[in-house]
Design a protein around this ligand. Structure first.
Ligand code: 3HC
Length: 284
């Protein structure tokens, strides 16, 4: 099935990014948020990102308008009824996601494919809550979505080949390189990335080096765009902690155990960039 119209649930950081890349690829988008305030905030983020592209000469004003014209915002799940693909990027809470999928399953046309952008929750469990487990997969994008070239397409034991092929074609249409993986906590990227971030926090905790030196070591020694502590601030300390807990719970491997420093910082509300404070201070 070719994806001509996509319904996106959630217009936060990830949902707004998926909205932008889909509309840029010529796909009609209906994006749903739970209330008007969240919706306006998310759509403003899309507009700002497009304005940035215009200011850099990558898009003209007419192109920006054409992209925005392909996007419709809504707070009603019913308005997603005729979409070919539903991409869900709501809060990382399994019961909340399952509740939404049950509602979508009742409302959206039966041929439509469902995909979750979850970073670590079980796609299989979400799929099993619907009457279309064969038409269910993961589509895991990376932050910032307009910039990062990867999407992980996640297959469960029930995902059909036709669903996988349509999801892969969609990922390529929105300009991403697709890697395919099975439904296992963290998929490929977070399974490898999260223990690296946790080890960097352990190194800081053990006084191996300052945060600046740990970050510079990895940026300049390995060519990474951000050091691990800077990247944890970018991803969110709460998000990193949450993913680590899921990985640890599954694998019971000490590499996935959150270090006490991370736990303490999350408890203190130092969530990273979005909170104005993480390993670094962003208040200014
Ligand atoms: N939206 C759109 N474009 C953006 C952007 C955004 N939010 N942020 C940056 N850009 C664009 C800029 O316009 C610029 O474009 P140009 O090269 O055409 O001029 C380009 O990206 C580089 O931006 P900057 O010059 O402002 O800044 P940097 O060179 O420092 O790059 C960065 C910023 C792209 C964020 C880079 O530091 C980076 O790649 N960091 C690593 C990000 C990463 O690892 N993300 C994955 C996190 S893990 C994840 O998402 C999974 C989840 O499950 C946890």
């Amino acid at each position: 099935m070719e994806i001509k119209k996509i319904g996106i649930c959630g217009c936060g950081l990830m949902g707004s990014g998926i909205t932008e890349v889909s509309a840029k690829a010529g796909i009609s988008v209906v994006v749903r948020e739970v209330n008007d305030d969240f919706l306006s905030e998310g759509l403003a983020r899309v507009e700002q990102s497009l304005a940035r592209a215009v200011s850099k000469g990558k898009l003209d004003e007419a192109g920006k308008k054409a992209v925005l014209d392909r996007i419709t915002g809504t707070t009603k799940v019913e308005n997603l009824a005729d979409c070919d693909l539903i991409c869900e990027a709501v809060i990382e809470n399994l019961p909340e996601k399952i509740k939404l999928y049950r509602q979508l399953d009742e409302t959206v046309k039966k041929e439509a494919i469902f995909a979750s952008n979850t970073s670590s929750l079980s796609i299989t469990e979400m799929a099993a809550a619907t009457r279309r487990p064969g038409q269910f997969c993961g589509l895991h994008f990376f932050n910032p979505v307009p910039v990062m070239k990867l999407v992980e397409v996640v297959k469960t034991v029930a995902t059909s080949e036709a669903t996988f092929a349509a999801a892969k074609a969609f990922g390529e249409k929105v300009g991403k390189v697709v890697v395919s993986c099975k439904d296992t906590p963290g998929f490929v990227v977070n399974r490898l990335l999260v223990p690296y971030l946790l080890d960097a926090i352990r190194a800081l905790q053990d006084g191996v080096a300052t945060k600046e030196d740990i970050d510079n070591a990895m940026k300049l020694g390995c060519g990474y765009p951000m050091g691990p502590l800077e990247l944890t601030d970018f991803v969110g300390l709460d998000t990193t902690y949450y993913i680590a807990e899921i990985l640890f719970d599954e694998f019971k491997d000490h590499h996935y155990a959150a270090p006490p420093l991370l736990k303490a910082m999350v408890k203190a509300g130092y969530y990273g960039r979005k909170a104005g404070r993480g390993f670094y201070d962003y208040s200014k």
